[in-house]
Write a protein that binds this ligand. Structure first.
Ligand SMILES: Cc1cc2nc3c(=O)[nH]c(=O)nc-3n(C[C@H](O)[C@H](O)[C@H](O)COP(=O)(O)OP(=O)(O)OC[C@H]3O[C@@H](n4cnc5c(N)ncnc54)[C@H](O)[C@@H]3O)c2cc1C
Length: 408
């Protein structure tokens, strides 16, 4: 049984980022990852903002994890009409997610963090002056001891609930596959309750002839994705056969991957000797399902709170509560407004979505929003409120929803 200062559960981007920060501060850090390889089995489109890439310390050229940059996108209404939004400067990076995860893990290892792969954490207990973690490692059960643990093991982690921190109550399922395209160069986003009820679908090119196609849905994401793939194939946007000659449907069915996305945060993200960060804590934009940047920001705040706890030799929940205060001050309102917008969109029929698109187009609202000081790839609260104000003359379109006082 080995003793560490910090045990980190999960070697996704969030776990590795916090490991890098804490190992860089001189703590003895162990990172426990269930898979044999970092980045194995990721299910992610890998779109991050330039600000996020800078924050993660990613070099576009030398780190080898950026597949493509995006300046523009086409937003499709249910009818197939689209609005094109574009800026001169780069708006987003499209990542090789597995390479990104490996890159962050290598940075943490260079700072001294120790990685244990094929190490599935099955339980965690806090007792006295330590936290213990039970790990299945290739058939053997090992125990790791630490002074504090950070749970960063992604969506549907059971560990917080076992520690009395509650459960994430609202989530959606993402389904995604990779296909050959007939030369699509811009990101495409599809808004239609028929294609992806309550959410949206996407076609994101990763190279000249390949793209990630996916969608979010509360139910039957695989069935909706197969229908969407068939629609794209009928439009001639994607190839109808894979490289090996099998039909698209067969090929896509075999390669669709699924992962949940939390829409609301965990009731409590700290406890005695424990913090929860990233998807495990529900730190995800409810508007887009993007969780990498918010998770990394919160990882930074977690490392700050842990460093202060070591300074005070106090790992009580009262001391660690500072972490939740920090992240809620920075992101709480964004999550609240995003969740409100998500519910509002949920209640719209395709007819109303179509009408909203035409009002936006006829009044150039999209151009105005792009130039608005509120425009940000990562913070949507200001933009949502600005957009709702601009749509105010057509408020009836939003149906029964009015803007709640706590959001304004
Ligand atoms: C279809 C889809 C598309 C997405 N697209 C985007 C996007 O374009 N941009 C964006 O910002 N976000 C996107 N996201 C969300 C993004 O993938 C997550 O927010 C992000 O991966 C969260 O990082 P994390 O480190 O918290 O968790 P994860 O990336 O899930 O990492 C958790 C790690 O913990 C490991 N683990 C799990 N349980 C255990 C255990 N018991 N013991 C040990 N190890 C364990 C896992 O193997 C994994 O390596 C998308 C999600 C989906 C589903």
């Amino acid at each position: 049984m080995d003793h560490y200062d910090v045990l980190i559960i999960g070697a996704g981007p969030v776990g590795s980022h916090v490991a890098c920060r804490l190992a860089g501060l001189g703590y003895r850090v162990a990172v426990l990852e269930e898979h044999e390889g970092i980045g194995d089995h990721v299910c992610c489109t890998g779109i991050i903002s330039r600000e996020c890439a800078q924050f993660a310390g990613i070099n576009e050229v030398s780190d080898g994890c950026v597949l493509k940059v995006a300046h523009s996108a086409r937003l499709f209404a249910p009818s197939g009409d689209f609005l094109r939004v574009s800026k001169d400067e780069v708006q987003a990076y499209i990542l090789d997610r597995a390479a990104f995860d490996r890159c962050l893990a290598e940075k943490a290892e260079r700072q001294g963090a120790e990685y244990f792969l094929a190490s599935y954490v099955r339980d965690i207990k806090v007792s006295g002056d330590e936290v213990r973690v039970w790990v299945d490692q290739r058939g053997e059960v090992l125990t790791f001891r630490g002074r504090v643990a950070i749970i960063a093991n992604g969506f549907a982690s059971k560990l917080p609930e076992g520690l009395g921190l509650g459960q994430i109550k609202d989530f959606i399922i993402g389904a995604q596959t990779e296909v050959e395209t007939n030369g699509i160069s811009e990101v495409e986003v599809y808004f239609s309750q028929r294609i992806a009820p309550g959410f949206f679908a996407w076609l994101v090119p990763v190279s000249q002839h390949r793209a990630r196609v996916g969608l979010f849905s509360r139910e039957k994401p695989g069935a909706y994705l197969r229908e969407f793939l068939a629609q794209l194939a009928a439009q001639g946007k994607i190839s109808t056969s894979s490289g090996s000659g099998t039909s698209l449907t067969t090929c896509a069915e075999g390669t669709i991957s699924y992962r949940g996305i939390p829409l609301k945060p965990l009731p409590r993200t700290y406890g005695d000797r424990v913090l929860v960060v990233g998807d495990a804590a529900g730190q995800v934009k409810p508007t887009t399902g993007g969780g990498i940047y918010y998770g990394l920001l919160c990882a930074d705040m977690a490392s700050k709170a842990v460093h202060e706890a070591f300074g005070a030799n106090d790992f009580s929940r009262r001391k660690l509560a500072e972490y939740e205060r920090l992240w809620k001050r920075k992101l709480g309102r964004e999550l609240q407004i995003g969740y409100f917008a998500r519910r509002l969109y949920n209640g719209l029929s395709d007819k109303r979505i179509e009408k909203i698109f035409s009002i936006i187009r006829d009044n150039n609202i999209h151009e105005a929003l792009l130039d608005s000081p509120h425009f940000s790839f990562d913070r949507h609260g200001g933009l949502i409120l600005d957009g709702l104000k601009r749509l105010a003359p057509w408020r009836y379109l939003l149906g029964k929803y009015s803007i709640p006082r706590d959001v304004l």
